[in-house]
Design a protein around this ligand. Structure first.
Ligand code: CO8
Length: 257
């Protein structure tokens, strides 16, 4: 599929989306949002794809929502069009999704990365929610997801001052899963995605869904949800295969069923 704002490719069982608006540091405009959702639709529909990686350039994952596009908007339009609600479709994806972040991940860029299941960061990554400097606040989930990931004190400080956080602090604070040298970022992310894609896809999807419940429900409800899906896994051939392979001292061959 030919896109104008992103590049897509398939690497084995991994779907790769590269944000590609270098002239605007991958600022997220409506066209890019539409294309990201189209690409994700295709990867989700492709039974061969077990994990998705989203990345940008070495200079910027994304420097935020497109300020030039937003500066023209008014309240009735943003409300009536439910401006940027398409990002909920991005965050609601069911297959595992990794953000591979180098350079700036600011505003909507940081929020996009946080919509993924986890972030692998290059050592030059810089995260921030600088919207307050533009007279607005995060609007793609940043106030909620950042607070859950790094806690209230740091989230308040980041959103109220607009300061950037480097990769090391981001890892220490729980915003990113791992920091790697910038030159290794894509390889490391693809390797991690490959590992995930080698598992049973339905089991990986149920695991993702269950971890995501932790943000929505009480501990006892979350544990009940986990146990019910755990029980359901015994109805899959992949559970039989995984355990038989362990007992037989051989690698499993999951069939996604
Ligand atoms: N939008 C549009 N264009 C951008 C953006 C952006 N967010 N960021 C950078 N650009 C453009 C610049 O305008 C510049 O274009 P040009 O060459 O035509 O002038 C080009 O990218 C290169 O940028 P710089 O020259 O500024 O590069 P520097 O290396 O000097 O600086 C920075 C890099 C620090 C990243 C700087 O570009 C910057 O501060 N960018 C803006 C960061 C920002 O404020 N992001 C938050 C945006 S608001 C947001 O994301 C809200 C999301 C919620 C929406 C919810 C809707 C419901």
């Amino acid at each position: 599929m030919a896109f104008e704002t992103i590049l897509t490719e398939t690497r084995g069982k991994v779907g790769l989306i590269t944000l590609n608006r270098p002239q605007a540091l991958n600022a997220l405009n409506s066209a890019l949002l539409g294309e990201v959702n189209q690409a994700l639709d295709a990867f989700e529909a492709d039974a061969n794809i077990g994990c998705i990686v989203i990345t940008g350039s070495e200079k910027a994952f994304a420097a935020g929502a497109d300020i030039k596009e937003m500066s023209e908007l008014n309240y009735p339009h943003t409300y009536m069009a439910d401006f940027f609600s398409g990002w909920e479709k991005v965050s609601g994806r069911r297959k595992p999704m990794i953000a591979a972040v180098a350079g700036f991940a600011l505003g909507g860029g940081c929020e996009f990365a946080m919509m993924c299941d986890f972030i692998i960061a290059a050592d030059n990554a810089k995260f921030g929610q600088p919207e307050i400097k533009l007279g607005v606040m995060p609007g793609m989930g940043g106030t909620q997801r950042l607070t859950r990931l790094i806690g209230r004190a740091k989230a308040m400080e980041m959103c109220l001052t607009g300061r950037m956080m480097g990769a090391e602090e981001a890892e220490r604070s729980g915003l990113v899963a791992r920091v790697v040298p910038a030159a290794d970022l894509l390889n490391e992310a693809l390797k991690t995605a490959d590992t995930i894609a080698s598992m049973s896809l339905p089991i990986a999807m149920m695991t993702k869904e269950t971890i995501n419940r932790a943000d929505e429900v009480t501990l006892s409800e979350g544990i009940r949800f986990e146990r019910r899906l755990f029980h359901a896994m015994f109805a899959t051939a992949d559970q039989k295969e995984g355990m038989a392979a362990f007992v037989g001292k051989r690698p499993p061959e999951f069939k996604n069923g």
